[in-house]
Design a protein around this ligand. Structure first.
Ligand code: SF4
Length: 137
């Protein structure tokens, strides 16, 4: 598991995650609001690093990018966890992680996403379905 890219030590027992504006302060074994960053032995780790919970190829018009490269396909993928709590979320079943969850997706090397996108002739890639900063690492 990879250490979260942005974190600071507050004191002997607490770390602050700097990956998103929630700036969660985490004590040992505590997870942040996103459910995928946890203080383990004095380091915040990204529990979803290198893992995906979804991937798909769609017409770009399905995204809120109507006038961006119209007529092309986009490759989408998602990491588990989300730092938002939108009551209308259409993807809660795949992205939300409860404090007791220990499944964070299946392994996918970052290059494999690019290979799959090229194979599908997708012109663009999106981190989507969950809020993208949860996949920062
Ligand atoms: S990424 Fe997660 S742990 Fe870090 S500040 Fe945002 S919600 Fe909190």
């Amino acid at each position: 598991m990879k250490a979260a890219l942005l974190q600071t030590c507050i004191d002997r027992l607490h770390l602050r995650c700097g990956v998103c504006p929630h700036a969660c302060v985490l004590r040992e074994n505590q997870r942040g609001k996103c459910g995928v960053r946890e203080n383990q032995d004095g380091i915040i780790v990204a529990l979803n690093d290198g893992l995906a919970v979804a991937k798909a190829v769609d017409p770009i018009e399905k995204k809120p990018l109507k006038r961006f490269m119209p007529g092309t396909m986009i490759y989408s993928t998602a990491a588990a966890g989300c730092n938002l709590s939108c009551p209308w979320c259409q993807n809660h079943a795949i992205v939300n992680v409860s404090p007791s969850t220990y499944y964070f997706g299946y392994p996918v090397h970052p290059e494999a996403h690019i290979v799959a996108a090229k194979k599908a002739r997708a012109k663009s890639l999106a981190m989507t379905y969950s809020e993208p900063t949860v996949a920062l690492e």
